[in-house]
Each structure stands twice: as structure tokens, then as C-alpha cells.
Design a protein around this ligand. Structure first.
Ligand code: AMP
Length: 176
């Protein structure tokens, strides 16, 4: 997984001072890197009878669709407010300043189905926690959460654990 780490571009002070932006576009553009990232994200869930992957806009769509294909299950988009065409349910979550909202189609999740959350990176876990709430409010069961990158100092994996959700990330970076 050190190879994967080397394929990620770090952009200091983006989008604001103090943030080290972990840019996965350089990993996604590399054929071997993309293949091993998708295989690594799917591997822990191959025997978990996942019914669908829920990917979080936007980088969670890229890896989430590929993970779903690999697991032989469907894909459900979780999008920023106002982007989905059918009836939705929404979930607010806190940002550093203010709140944001993500949405899911109200009929996207079959009752009792086992859903895997996928995104490129987990930081504070606020986005993934909101996704988990949407899935549970829709009648689904959160079977796990998979990420390429974890920023452990921000506590997202522990936050999901406190909601009974186990996460897997392929690599970790220090700091924010
Ligand atoms: P959080 O809700 O704090 O776990 O933030 C996770 C979301 O924000 C993911 O969709 C990430 O793509 C994005 N994100 C947060 N921090 C970073 C970072 N340092 N580099 C790249 N993306 C980030």
C-alpha cells in the first residue's frame, strides 16, 4: 500500500491555509494504482453479502461504482442538496463553519438491505456519519464503510465506530 501512498498528490494549503489536500486524481489516473485501490477497498467485503454500495459525491462515485461492480452489487448515489432528480430525503451535517446537506432518493434503499458506504477519504467522519443516518432512515443496514485514505488524527473512524460501523481504509496520512 506504500505504492498507493506514493501515487497520491498532496497539495498544501488547499482549499484553505493549514489543510493538506490529499488529491487522489493522480492515483485514479494510474492503471495499476486504480486497480489495486479498488481491489483493496472491495476485499474486506467480498463475503459480506453487500446489496449495494452508497457512494458520496463526487470522488465516492468514481471509486464506489468500481467497488460495486467488483462486489457484484448495485450503486446508490448520495449527493449534495438539490442534485437528485426524484423525491429525496436529506441529512444535515456540521462543517467547520455552518452546515451542509446530503440527499438520497427516498426509494433508493430496499428495507433491510446491506449497504457499504464508499468515499475517497475520511477526515472527521461527519460526511460518512450523515450518509449512515440517511441509509438507516431509509430502512437500510450499514454493513461497513470503505475509504482509500484515513486521517486518523481527525477521528472519523472512531466516530463511525461509536455508531457501530466498522471502517476500512487502505492508507493513512498524519495531520489534517
Ligand atoms: P469529513 O466529513 O470531515 O470526514 O470529510 C470527508 C470529505 O471531505 C470527503 O468527501 C473528502 O473527499 C473531503 N476531504 C476532507 N479532508 C480532506 C483532505 N485533507 N484532502 C482531500 N479531501 C478531503
Amino acid at each position: 500500500m506504500n505504492d498507493l501512498k506514493a501515487l497520491i498528490r498532496t497539495i498544501p494549503d488547499y482549499p484553505k491555509p493549514g489543510i493538506m489536500f490529499r488529491d487522489v486524481t493522480t492515483l485514479l489516473a494510474n492503471p495499476d494504482g486504480l486497480k489495486s485501490a479498488i481491489a483493496g477497498m472491495a476485499a474486506p467485503y467480498e463475503d459480506h453479502k453487500i446489496d449495494a454500495v452508497a457512494g458520496i459525491e463526487a470522488r465516492g462515485f468514481i471509486v464506489g461504482g468500481a467497488v460495486a461492480d467488483r462486489l457484484g452489487c448495485g450503486f446508490i448515489p448520495i449527493r449534495k442538496k438539490g442534485r437528485l432528480p426524484w423525491k429525496t430525503i436529506g441529512q444535515e451535517y456540521a462543517l467547520e463553519y455552518g452546515v451542509d446537506v446530503i440527499e438520497i432518493h427516498e426509494d433508493a434503499i430496499a428495507k433491510g438491505s446491506r449497504i457499504l458506504i464508499v468515499d475517497d477519504l475520511i477526515a472527521t467522519g461527519g460526511t460518512a456519519e450523515a450518509a449512515a443516518k440517511l441509509i438507516r432512515r431509509s430502512g437500510g443496514e450499514v454493513a461497513g464503510a470503505a475509504f482509500i485514505i484515513d486521517l486518523p488524527e481527525l477521528g472519523g473512524v472512531a466516530r463511525l465506530k461509536s455508531h457501530g460501523i466498522d471502517s476500512h481504509a487502505l492508507i493513512a496520512f498524519e495531520g489534517h
